[in-house]
Design a protein around this ligand. Structure first.
Ligand code: IFM
Length: 454
């Protein structure tokens, strides 16, 4: 492990906190979505989740025992600003005050994400990220958070994976808000990026002491066949998944769109230059989530399955995502391919040479069908290997990227959005009925690695 390399664990408010009706929290877009029949694979909801809201002390204790340097979590927007406008909900602020103080007392540096997908419902009803005004509302929320926690947060992430929000939430309807706008959803990408830029300005205006960045999820894209058509489709996927989110932030412009698909990208071609200036705020670091590569084939898919769920809209596309039979897969069916973490870093080194701030892998991890033994233990050797291979790739790094850390997704088995409790990514098993936490073998393995380095 390189000297000073930061190892952390990463979570998100809605996936772990529960207590959705406690202490003045308002409903969020996900509260509404998860209540709709058929949206969540196992019919579950996140109203209790892992009850972290009440058990945060125990959870921080487990992180301390694990020996991580930092903890990435998200601030629940509807907990802090229930209606999405106006002043802060005192009880919401107090919860994160307690969490931050507990972390600092445990010697763990806090990384706080402002938006990890739980938007206050009233803002969603006004169109959510399809509405330009939401970007300004988000900046107001950033201001409240900066004022309240700016003296203690070590790193701020404005938005987590705007790609997933646009593609799964607004294009395909797999995630909240369940819209199926296909390419028209690209406006939600622009508004999130604008919200990011305005939030950076807001945090700086209140003088937060921590660094500020954004987190994008990157998937290296490969054509299934080396044909012109296939390469063109892979390029479109690379644009919608990767480049339209990273280029404006790091280069201050949207990528050049291929002539034949320019019409699809119209919402991003017509944007004002002033917006791009706001989006390209100087950053202290850049967050990258890496899970898997994507292989793109030409022609519509044979069925409606995507890596995150089922979406009828994918049949309308002229391309489809193909499997990687040469790699083992996680329980989600995602290929386990650490060499593509290296390729992700190489993509960034090439594309953003000279403008890339220090990088943190803000998420990486895998879901597996863990088996709980009769004595309650979970021998998830597959997760430990996954982490060993991906951490090794991160430690090796690539030239041109100042990689400073890796955050494991995730601390606890949690509520995995549309998959409900079916996909388990945690280092710690959580019994859904008793909420009992049991560290898995992967936890013990990481603990050992972290102890050895000292
Ligand atoms: O659980 C999610 C997280 O909220 C965002 N990144 C991907 C994870 C695994 O799907």
């Amino acid at each position: 492990m390189p000297d000073g390399f930061e190892v952390g664990v990463s979570t998100a408010a809605f996936q772990i906190e529960g207590a959705v009706r406690d202490d003045g929290r308002g409903p969020s877009t996900w509260d509404e979505f998860m209540a709709q029949p058929g949206r969540i694979a196992d019919g579950s909801d996140a109203s209790i989740a892992t009850d972290h809201y009440h058990r945060y002390r125990e959870d921080v204790g487990l992180m301390k025992e694990l020996g991580v340097d930092s903890y990435r979590f998200s601030l629940g927007w509807p907990r802090i600003q229930p209606g999405g406008v106006g002043g802060a909900n005192r009880a919401g602020i107090q919860f994160y005050d307690r969490l931050l103080d507990e972390l600092l007392a445990a010697g763990i540096r806090p990384m706080a994400t402002l938006f990890h997908w739980d938007m206050p419902e009233p803002l969603q009803h006004k169109g959510g990220w399809m509405t330009r005004d939401t970007a300004s509302r988000f900046a107001d929320f950033a201001l409240l958070a900066g004022e309240a926690f700016g003296d203690r947060v070590d790193k701020w992430v404005t938005i987590n994976e705007p790609t997933t929000v646009t593609l799964n939430g607004y294009a395909l309807g797999i995630h909240a808000p369940g819209a199926t706008l296909m390419f028209d959803s690209l406006l939600s990408a622009h508004h999130q990026l604008l919200g990011h830029g305005l939030a950076v300005q807001a945090l700086r205006s209140v003088g937060v002491t921590g660094g500020i960045g954004i987190t994008n999820v990157h998937s290296p894209v490969h054509p299934a066949k080396d044909t012109m058509r296939n390469r063109a489709h892979a390029e479109v996927f690379d644009l919608i998944h990767n480049r339209i989110f990273a280029d404006p932030v790091l280069l201050g412009r949207y990528p050049r769109f291929p002539l034949l698909s320019r019409k699809l990208f119209a919402p991003l071609i017509e944007v004002d230059d002033a917006d791009l200036k706001i989006i390209a705020q100087p950053l202290d670091f850049y967050g990258l989530n890496y899970y898997m590569p994507t292989r793109i084939g030409s022609g519509p898919p044979a069925d409606d399955t995507t890596p995150d769920g089922v979406a009828a809209g994918v049949r309308l596309l002229p391309f489809h995502i193909q499997a990687w039979p040469e790699y083992p897969t996680t329980a989600f069916g995602w290929p386990i391919a650490p060499e593509f973490l290296t390729e992700t870093l190489e993509d960034y080194a090439t594309r953003y040479q000279g403008v890339l701030p220090p990088v943190y892998i803000t998420e990486g991890g895998a879901s597996f069908d863990d088996v709980v033994a009769a004595d309650g233990s979970v021998d998830d050797a597959d997760r430990a290997s996954y982490l060993a291979e991906h951490l090794a790739a991160a430690f090796a790094g690539v030239e041109g990227v100042d990689l400073r850390g890796y955050y494991v997704w995730t601390l606890l088995d949690n509520w995995e959005w549309a998959a409900g409790f079916e996909q388990r990514f945690g280092l710690i098993h959580v019994n859904a009925e008793t909420q009992q936490r049991t560290p898995k073998r992967s936890y013990a393995w990481l603990q050992h690695v972290l102890r050895e380095r000292r």
